[in-house]
Design a protein around this ligand. Sequence first.
Ligand SMILES: *[C@@H]1O[C@H](CO)[C@@H](O)[C@H](O)[C@H]1NC(C)=O
Ligand SMILES: *[C@@H]1O[C@H](CO)[C@@H](O)[C@H](O)[C@H]1NC(C)=O
Length: 461
Amino acid sequence: MGAPWSSCAFASLLFCLLSAAITQRVKVLDEVTGYLGQEVTLPCTFVPTGNEIKVSQVTWMQEAAGRKQNVAVFHPDHEPSYPLETERGRLRFKTQTLEDATLIIGPLRMADEGTYFCEFATYPSGNEGGITNLVVLAKPTNTAEAQEVKASNLELPVAVCISDRGKPPARITWQSGLNGNATVSEVTNADGTVTVTSYYRMVPTKEANGQRITCIVEHKTQPQPEALPVVLSILYPPEVTIEGYDDNWYLSRNEAMLKCTAKGNPPPTEFIWSTANGPLPKTVEVQGDILLVRNVDASVNTTFRCQATNRVGQVSTDQPIYVRDKPNMEGAGTTGGIIGGLIAAIVAVAVVATGILICRQQQKNRMDREEDDQEGPPAYKPPPPCQLSDETEPEAPRYHELPTLEEREAAADAGPSMEDEYLDQINPIYDALSFAATEEEAAMAPMSTDKAFIMSRAMYV
Ligand SMILES: *[C@@H]1O[C@H](CO)[C@@H](O)[C@H](O)[C@H]1NC(C)=O
Ligand SMILES: *[C@@H]1O[C@H](CO)[C@@H](O)[C@H](O)[C@H]1NC(C)=O
């Protein structure tokens, strides 16, 4: 071939490009991207600059691995020829004309990637052509999953992320709050695609079980990185606890109960109850994780054992039981104290609420009274401050800050004071309080001194 292309070794490619630029009669795209298994179009047209130029034949050549081969030839006197094709119809000219040599390839194979030369045999100027680079991409299939491993002290792969059959190879990273490392490997497949595998490795602790990490796959064919979440599954033997022993099992008590709970991966489902000395006493009833004692007797004065099993192991734990002759009063005392505290809190809230209500009522009464007194146009008068509900300065005296009996007697000698009025106003509260106090006094020793103080006030007023 005496064409410019045949002398166009790679070293003189630049010269060829320049000559193509000068003639400008062959129009091609510099680069075309296609996807594996799909169809791609390589445009190539000849734009004659005058009637005297005659085109006699069109040829497409592919350069792969340094060799140039004819892949498609069209001559108007013959059928189009595709010298290398074994699969009919995979390569075809878009039109069978000498002006438009556009080539369609599909389904694309990885081997189709490379440099293509579109060449027109013309007279009188000789062969003219253009160069197109065909890039074949393959969209990978991305998956990620946990690797089930047993908890241990050794670093192990706990998750794997695979980007299968991509071209070019995908980039895999991990997003994780855990202290692990990724190891990546690549395998080139027969079709030229690359499978990338990334293992997330860490020391598999049982705390890592159920934790979420994310595999991020970036690939040229994906507009966005793909995020694949993985929930780790670290297998560990049951962790068994027995709950429900209240240290108050006494003879002839009804309904005592123990509950066996076990964490683990996989979750334990089977529980076996026994005692440290062997089989269970006849008087207990087992309902799965529950051990029920309908009537406490000396036979349950023993150590109960619960064994839980999962795929990884079998673990048991013990609960010693001490059967008393009489109920344990210490525990009851504590409970009583809590209940007493609760009642005290409720009473305190009730007292404050009552005080506010009464104050409001009195405020209203006083305003009504003032309105009745008014004759002629009413002049603005601010309502009297509601002393009980008003928390801001100046603070109204609190009960415990009120003057003592002696102080008040001294004050009474000096004549009626503001405080007398104040106590008159809140008189009903004292009534309410004294009622509450008598009711609660017996039950609550710590509160009784306060109440007594308030009561003495009430009696005084
Ligand atoms: C991760 O790998 C590097 C090198 O392989 C190592 O030095 C480092 O300790 C590893 N980190 C963890 C958390 O395993
Ligand atoms: C339970 O056993 C303890 C000793 O382990 C013993 O002191 C106690 O009296 C026993 N209780 C009954 C009710 O038998």
